[in-house]
Design a protein around this ligand. Structure first.
Ligand code: ATP
Length: 145
């Protein structure tokens, strides 16, 4: 199925802007970016990451689309508490939640990221993360284009 990623992301952002009453900034040099993918699954992937960015931060969230070397890259950046180095490698494990009051308060099962990673990989892609405790987190979704 050919899906235009740009309106998909814009719809997703609109929904979370309303839910969280938060500013989510969208940047893209393209109006159209066709990706061959499962629409529902790709939607679910971005819902998980944007939901997390809003859940685990108080500030604005940035969503940036880029297209480099045959890869579509989507950055989801927040300026929240970040993830400690020893936790980063475990957040894609099923049911893993960073053991802090904040993640207990926000609720959740710890299944979001493993599902998102599974969806990215089933499209030949990957999710990577760069996080700095106290400063925030960037999740990057890379999908072959
Ligand atoms: P749910 O299954 O409802 O998404 P969850 O958010 O706990 O619950 P995951 O999405 O798998 O589950 O995330 C795992 C853990 O990684 C979270 O509990 C949280 O501690 C941490 N985490 C995920 N995204 C972020 C983020 N943007 N900033 C800080 N910590 C995060």
């Amino acid at each position: 199925e050919h899906v235009n990623l740009i309106p998909m992301l814009q719809d997703c952002i609109r929904a979370f802007t309303v839910t969280y009453k938060r500013k989510i900034k969208f940047s893209s040099d393209f109006d159209q970016l066709e990706l061959s993918c499962d629409r529902e699954k790709m939607n679910q992937l971005f819902y998980i990451l944007i939901d997390n960015a809003c859940k685990y931060s108080q500030e604005d969230v940035n969503v940036t689309v880029d297209h480099v070397d045959g890869l579509v890259k989507v950055d989801i950046q927040d300026f929240g508490e970040g993830i400690a180095e020893q936790d980063v490698e475990r957040i894609f494990d099923r049911f893993y939640r960073v053991d802090k009051a904040r993640s207990r308060e926000t609720g959740g099962t710890g299944l979001g990221l493993p599902i998102a990673q599974f969806i990215a990989r089933s499209h030949g892609g990957e999710i990577s993360v760069v996080s700095e405790e106290g400063n925030g987190t960037v999740f990057t979704v890379s999908i072959p284009h």
